[in-house]
Design a protein around this ligand. Structure first.
Ligand code: 5RP
Length: 219
């Protein structure tokens, strides 16, 4: 039996096949993305560098000798490689378990291809079993919470967490997300919401799923 971490490692390394020489690579956040960074380091002399979705990933990239660029210096990104907390059959995802959702959304928006790397435990029919993270400006916490209740969720303030952007995270439990794009737009429209961890409007283009029988490629 392969452990969950071995499955994460298998897809982290499989994503290396999508990295083109002489490009800047978008790099995500989390334990699966960390395996991808290890893999990417083996190509560090053949790529220009990376843009990173978190302070944690930036530290690891730099430790391994990979150049990290500011997002504003980069106007064209071929791929963005990142994990997810859940992914459905339409390649729509819940992300933000690691609180990096806003930077992840920005890099995903810039990239031509989103390559999602997950172990098979993340694959679901309907999104929402994993509490949906929402990044919120601190002064709007209570208001946004009340609006999320109106949408049918149970908001829970993630204690002790401040995002890289200085904001808070509310995790929304109890949602069964049958129309992910509609819900993404509704939550984005609440005043005080910075971003929501639903990646539905901009879903993944490729999913690499780690299974006991090898890496499955969905596109
Ligand atoms: C961070 C994320 C991660 O991609 C997600 O939480 C998956 O993490 P892991 O690879 O550690 O299971 O969205 O904000």
């Amino acid at each position: 039996m392969m452990s969950q971490d071995e499955l994460k490692k298998s897809v982290g390394w499989a994503a290396l096949n999508y990295v083109k020489p002489d490009t800047i690579v978008g790099v995500g956040t989390g334990t699966t993305a960390l395996h991808f960074i290890d893999a990417l380091a083996t190509m560090k002399n053949r790529i220009i560098g990376a843009v990173s979705s978190s302070e944690a990933s930036t530290i690891k990239l730099k430790q391994l000798g990979i150049n990290v660029f500011d997002c504003n210096e980069v106007d064209d990104l071929e791929i963005y490689v990142d994990g997810a907390d859940e992914i459905n059959h339409n390649m729509q995802m819940i992300k933000g378990g690691g609180a990096a959702l806003t930077r992840e959304k920005i890099i995903a928006a810039i990239a031509r291809k989103f390559i999602c790397i997950v172990d098979e435990s993340k694959c679901v029919n309907v999104l929402g079993r994993f509490p949906l993270p929402v990044e919120v400006i601190p002064m709007a916490r209570s208001y946004v919470g009340r609006e999320l209740v109106k949408l049918g969720g149970q908001p829970v303030y993630r204690q002790g967490v401040v995002t890289d952007n200085g904001n808070i995270i509310i995790d929304v439990r109890g949602l069964s997300i049958v129309n992910p794009i509609e819900l993404e737009h509704k939550i984005n429209n609440i005043a005080g919401v910075v971003s929501v961890g639903l990646f539905a409007d901009r879903a993944a283009n490729v999913a690499l799923v780690g299974t006991a029988n090898g890496v499955k490629v969905l596109e």
